[in-house]
Ligand binder design. Structure first.
Ligand SMILES: Cc1cc2nc3c(=O)[nH]c(=O)nc-3n(C[C@H](O)[C@H](O)[C@H](O)COP(=O)(O)OP(=O)(O)OC[C@H]3O[C@@H](n4cnc5c(N)ncnc54)[C@H](O)[C@@H]3O)c2cc1C
Length: 413
C-alpha cells in the first residue's frame, strides 16, 4: 500500500476538484485551497462539451490564413486587446509553430490520451452523488450556412475518425428534424456521435466538491499568495494562514503561471478569455451541443436555459469583460436561434488557461520535487479534468505511468 501523503491542491476549478477526488481515492490526505466557491471560474461558464473526439487542436495546418481575418473583425470569434497585443506575440509565434502538420498530429494524439475516456470517467465521478443526470449523452452538431463547407473529409474530421469517431453529414431537411429550433439559414451539418454534454458545468463542480468532503478531504476558502519548498516539504502561504504539505498540485487554471513565477518557473500560458450569454426564458430547446461553424460558438440547452458560449479573446487576466464581445455573441445567438430575439440574456466571462499546443502541463516540475502541475487545459478542461486527476494521483503516489507524458511536460516549448 502506498504511504499516505499530505497533498495540498491550489485551485478548485474542475481540474483541482477531479484531482482531489483521484488523490482521495488513492488514499492520500487532501486539502483543496480555493479562494472562491469551487468550480465557479472558467469551469462554471463553459459550453459543456464532454467528448472523446475533442482531438483537434486549435493550432491546425493553415490556421495562419484565418488569423488576420479573425483578429481584425471586431465582431469576430477571436481577438486581441490592443493593450495586450505585443505581450501575446511570442505566444502567437509558438502557436503558429504548433500548427505544422506533424506537430498538430502529435498534439491530437496527446489530446486523445486525456479525452478518450472522459464520458465514462464522468459517469464514475458522479455515480452515487444522486446527480448522474448532470451529464447526458449527446452529439456534437457542427452547423454550416454554406453547405459545401460541411465535409466529413475535413482535416479535423479525419483526425476524429482516425481515433474512432462516428461522423455523418446531414442536409438541411435532416438538420431541421434533428434540431427544429435552429435557424433555417443552416444548410448542412456534420454530426459527431458518441459523446456527452454537461447540463450545468458549475453544478458538476459543486456536486463533486461535496464528494471531496464526503471522501474525507478538506476544502479551505483561502487565497494562496506564496509557496515555498521548506525542509523537504511545501509551505503554502494564504491570505489567512501557512499550511504545510508533502506535495502540492498547482491547479489554479490561468492564474497558475503567476504563482509559479515566484519559484522562477516560467511557462507560456495565455489568459484566453471566453464569454457566454444565457437565456433563462428561452422557449426552445436543443437536443445536442450545436456549433455555429462560422462564428465558432456553441449553443446548448442547460438547466439554466439556453447557453451560447464562445469567443477567444487575448487580454489581461483581470481586465473587465468587453461589452463589444458580448454584443457580438448575442448577435450570434440570435442568428442561430431566432426565437431568442428581444430576450435579455444573462452574461458571463471566464478565462481559459491556454498553451499554444492546446495541451496542459501534467508533471512534477524538474528541480522542484513534490510540486506537480495540472493546469493549461485551454478549450478542453471540463473534459480533460477526470483523466488529469488520475494522472496526477499516479504521479503523486509514485506509480509508473504507462503512457508517454512528454507532451505534458512544462519545458516542452
Ligand atoms: C466560453 C468557454 C467555453 C468552454 N467550453 C468548454 C467545453 O465545452 N468543454 C470543455 O472541456 N472545456 C471548455 N472550456 C474550457 C474549460 O472551461 C477550462 O479549460 C476549464 O474550466 C479549466 O479548469 P481549471 O480548473 O484549470 O481552471 P478554473 O476553472 O479557472 O479554476 C481555477 C481556480 O483556481 C482558483 N485560484 C486561482 N488563483 C488562486 C489563488 N491564488 N488561491 C486560491 N485559488 C486560486 C480560481 O479561483 C479558480 O477557481 C471552455 C471555456 C470557456 C471560457
Amino acid at each position: 500500500m502506498a504511504d499516505v501523503t499530505r497533498v495540498g491542491i491550489i485551485g478548485g476549478g474542475i481540474v483541482g476538484i477531479c484531482t482531489a477526488i483521484s488523490l482521495l481515492e488513492a488514499g492520500q490526505k487532501v486539502t483543496l485551497i480555493e479562494r472562491d466557491a469551487p468550480g465557479q471560474a472558467a469551469s462554471f461558464g463553459n459550453a459543456g462539451i464532454i467528448s472523446p473526439w475533442s482531438v483537434v487542436p486549435q493550432a491546425m495546418p493553415g490556421i495562419w490564413k484565418q488569423i488576420p481575418g479573425m483578429l481584425l473583425r471586431p465582431r469576430g470569434p477571436a481577438g486581441v486587446s490592443p493593450r495586450h497585443g505585443l505581450r501575446y506575440l511570442p505566444w502567437l509565434i509558438k502557436f503558429l509553430d504548433e500548427s505544422r502538420a506533424q506537430k498538430a498530429k502529435a498534439n491530437s494524439d496527446a489530446m486523445h490520451v486525456l479525452c478518450g475516456d472522459t464520458v465514462s470517467l464522468y459517469r464514475q465521478l458522479l455515480a452515487g452523488t444522486g446527480h448522474d443526470d448532470l451529464v447526458v449523452d449527446a452529439m456534437y452538431v457542427h452547423a454550416f450556412r454554406n453547405g459545401n463547407a460541411a465535409s466529413v473529409q475535413s482535416l479535423g474530421n479525419q483526425m476524429r475518425s482516425q481515433k474512432g469517431a462516428d461522423i455523418e453529414r446531414i442536409n438541411a431537411a435532416d438538420l431541421r428534424n434533428l434540431e427544429p429550433a435552429l435557424s433555417h439559414d443552416f444548410k448542412a451539418a456534420i454530426l459527431i456521435k458518441g459523446q456527452a454534454r454537461a447540463r450545468d458545468p458549475g453544478r458538476i463542480g459543486e456536486v463533486l466538491a461535496g464528494k471531496i468532503e464526503t471522501l474525507g478531504g478538506t476544502i479551505l476558502r483561502e487565497a494562496v499568495v506564496d509557496l515555498q519548498a521548506h525542509d523537504g516539504a511545501w509551505q503554502i502561504q494564504s491570505d489567512i494562514a501557512v499550511h504545510t504539505f508533502d506535495k502540492v498540485v498547482m491547479a489554479a487554471g490561468a492564474w497558475s503561471a503567476d504563482l509559479l513565477r515566484r519559484l522562477n518557473i516560467t511557462v507560456p500560458l495565455a489568459a484566453e478569455r471566453g464569454y457566454h450569454v444565457s437565456y433563462p426564458d428561452a422557449d426552445v430547446i436543443l437536443n445536442n451541443s450545436v456549433m455555429d461553424a462560422d462564428a465558432h460558438a456553441v449553443a446548448s440547452t442547460m438547466n439554466e436555459g439556453m447557453r451560447i458560449a464562445g469567443i477567444a479573446e487575448f487580454a489581461g487576466i483581470d481586465a473587465p469583460p468587453n461589452p463589444k464581445r458580448l454584443a457580438a455573441l448575442r448577435r450570434t445567438a440570435e442568428a442561430m436561434l431566432p426565437s431568442l430575439k428581444d430576450q435579455s440574456p444573462k452574461t458571463w466571462m471566464g478565462v481559459r488557461p491556454s498553451f499554444p499546443d492546446s495541451l496542459p502541463v501534467i508533471q512534477e516540475f524538474p528541480g522542484h520535487p513534490g510540486l506537480i502541475g495540472a493546469f493549461g487545459h485551454s478549450h478542453y478542461g471540463l473534459m480533460m479534468a477526470p483523466k488529469t486527476g488520475r494522472l496526477v494521483a499516479d504521479i503523486a503516489t509514485g506509480k509508473t505511468l504507462n503512457i508517454d507524458m512528454s507532451p505534458f511536460a512544462s519545458d516542452r516549448f
